[in-house]
Design a protein. Structure first.
Length: 172
């Protein structure tokens, strides 16, 4: 997926009159993040400002934290997050927490969880993410406390659903 997106991006750049915008760069950074193309993602992040004069927005920095975090570069992801004023950090803690859970860094994960709740008290997903972190660590008391906080604040997890399509068996 990532290499395909980068190929399309290069084709777009080589087409006269088409200039990438902020949304294009968000898509490229997401593609790099989800495909493990860390160095490419960093290159494009720098390019948006240097080559096209686009000031990175909060969504670009959030993608950067996700990119670094998925690759296990939690130190740089944390540094990127902490470089921002606290009111902007709120959106960056969720991808950081997911990365901490993925890479089993409990200490940074708990920091991220505390910060996440501090900045976004009304987001059900953040509480669920935090409770899941505690559950994965076997910290059942903390997970239950997080769920209790959700209840106290009137937050409820929306039930999810899945749909599975089974190949036709040939009977018609």
């Amino acid at each position: 997926m990532g290499n395909e997106a980068l190929s399309l991006f290069h084709d777009m750049q080589n087409t006269e009159g088409i200039v990438p915008d902020s949304l294009t760069y968000t898509s490229i950074l997401l593609a790099c993040s989800h495909s493990g193309l860390v160095e490419d993602g960093l290159k494009y992040f720098k390019s948006m400002q240097k080559d096209f004069g686009l000031e990175p927005r909060i969504e670009h920095y959030t993608c950067l934290v996700d990119l670094l975090g998925r690759a296990g570069r939690l130190d740089l992801a944390l540094e990127t997050t902490l470089d921002f004023p606290e009111k902007i950090q709120g959106r960056m803690w969720a991808p950081f927490l997911s990365a901490c859970k993925k890479h089993r860094n409990d200490e940074l994960g708990e920091l991220a969880a505390r910060k996440l709740l501090e900045f976004s008290t009304g987001s059900t997903g953040n509480y669920v993410l935090m409770a899941n972190l505690y559950t994965s660590q076997g910290k059942w008391k903390e997970a239950a406390e997080t769920r209790r906080l959700m209840d106290d604040r009137g937050l409820a997890k929306e039930p999810g659903w899945s749909q599975v399509e089974i190949c036709d068996s040939g009977d018609r």
